[in-house]
Design a protein around this ligand. Structure first.
Ligand SMILES: [Zn+2]
Length: 330
């Protein structure tokens, strides 16, 4: 696993765990709380690796020793992961955990258990876990992973150290998508629109997206060359208004933002790098206030998508305004 990416994405949580370990102030029970896709399980494995790593040069896991590798593959005998078999974690799952940790086959050193989807602990399981937590165990550490602690037994919560996990920064999602082989434009666009790597991947699976991007690019190119937008929009993009209106608007919104980045010399944030020449030249022919007003128009259409009876007309009007403000600009 790439702990470097994890540390970039969850600086606060990982930094806290590192410091606690370094200063000898570990808790015996943690709750990792945060939305899906915030790398909580990865962080739990990082924690286990940190405790079990045999390379003691640094307090961080080396990622190469036998222990680190077995943690990464979830095969280390001192690591026990509880998952809901069906929809719930039941008492037997907690009993199995206790039994596992009493076996003599375990290796020396700390033992770590991870309870994934801890919100699915049923009442019996939660009580069994509470009892387990209350017994003194020198070298046993537990991590409960959940998206919301309000679904957990309050007595479990009060005995645990809560570690919050925040939505991933855009840059982490973008990098993860690049690592998965997506191109720069796709990775950046999806990272701006989605909060998790999984959601971003699903978004990019839609094959129509590239055609929509090409269509929007054609609109802006026509604006630059001929000063027109409406007819190119109608020819190339209206067809997508049937099912993909939101996607069309999202691409327009980010294209429009690229124009603003061009205007204020912030090329580092540009999404559609392939069209940077067009957006740059075009940005010089609008006033900044007009670019901002146009962005507002697109966003307003998107915000009220559910109420529009004639979405086509609404977007046609924005196209005309793109033309008109261009003519007004210098
Ligand atoms: Zn190691």
């Amino acid at each position: 696993m790439e702990y470097e990416a994890l540390k970039d994405a969850q600086k606060t949580a990982i930094g806290f765990l590192e410091r606690s370990y370094k200063n000898g102030r570990l808790s015996h029970a943690y709750i990792f709380e945060g939305h899906a896709g915030t790398m909580k399980l990865e962080a739990a494995l990082f924690f286990a690796s940190m405790l079990l790593c045999t390379d003691k040069e640094s307090h961080l896991p080396c990622e190469t020793c036998n222990n680190c590798l077995r943690v990464a593959h979830m095969t280390h005998p001192n690591l026990h992961i509880v998952e809901p078999a069906k929809k719930q974690i039941v008492k037997e799952d907690i009993k199995a955990l206790q039994h596992d940790f009493n076996r003599t086959a375990l290796e020396s050193g700390p033992k770590i258990y991870i309870i994934n989807h801890a919100n699915t602990l049923n009442a019996h399981a939660a009580n069994a876990l509470l009892k387990f937590l209350e017994e003194p165990h020198e070298d046993i550490y537990g991590i409960l992973i959940t998206d919301d602690t309000s679904h957990l037994l309050p007595t479990l919560v009060s005995r645990s150290q809560i570690v919050p996990f925040h939505p991933l920064p855009d840059s982490s999602i973008e990098q993860a998508l690049l690592d998965l082989g997506y191109d720069q434009t796709a990775a950046r666009l999806a990272s701006r629109l989605k909060n998790t790597i999984e959601e971003a991947e699903t978004y990019l699976e839609d094959e129509g997206l590239h055609d929509i991007i090409d269509g929007v690019s054609d609109v802006y190119e026509a604006l630059l060359v001929e000063g027109t937008a409406l007819n190119v929009f109608q020819e190339g993009l209206e067809i997508y208004l049937q099912n993909d209106t939101e996607k069309v608007l999202d691409v327009f919104i980010h294209y429009q933002k690229d124009l603003i980045y061009g205007k204020i010399n912030n090329q580092g944030d540009v999404v559609f790098a392939d069209s940077a020449e067009i957006t740059q030249s075009l940005s010089e022919r609008y006033e900044l206030k007009d670019l901002l007003a146009l962005l507002q128009r697109f966003m307003a259409v998107k915000a009220s998508l559910a109420y529009y009876i004639n979405i086509r007309l609404a977007i046609d009007n924005v196209m005309l305004e793109l033309e008109r403000r261009l003519a007004d600009g210098k």
